[in-house]
Design a protein around this ligand. Structure first.
Ligand SMILES: [Zn+2]
Length: 77
């Protein structure tokens, strides 16, 4: 039989990139099963920044890079 379950994905708050762990998984049963901070993400409660959208300066300050303009979506053909 098939049972639907709820799961989560982790999205960058800036660029909406989906976190993927080292094994290529991007869907997790819950927040405690995903460890994006191990892969260079900044995690602060419900805020997630991918490695491309933030950096830590020499004083340990979080610097969030401005979000890049989204690519123009021409839609499906
Ligand atoms: Zn990002």
């Amino acid at each position: 039989m098939i049972t639907k379950v709820e799961c989560i994905v982790i999205e960058c708050n800036v660029c909406n990139d989906i976190y993927e762990d080292g094994n290529g998984f991007s869907v997790f049963p819950d927040n405690n099963s995903a460890h994006p901070e191990d892969n260079g993400w900044h995690v602060d409660e419900d805020v997630h920044y991918c490695p491309g959208c933030h950096e830590i300066d020499e004083d340990d300050n979080l610097i969030v890079k401005p979000s890049a303009a989204p690519a123009t979506d021409t839609g499906e053909q």
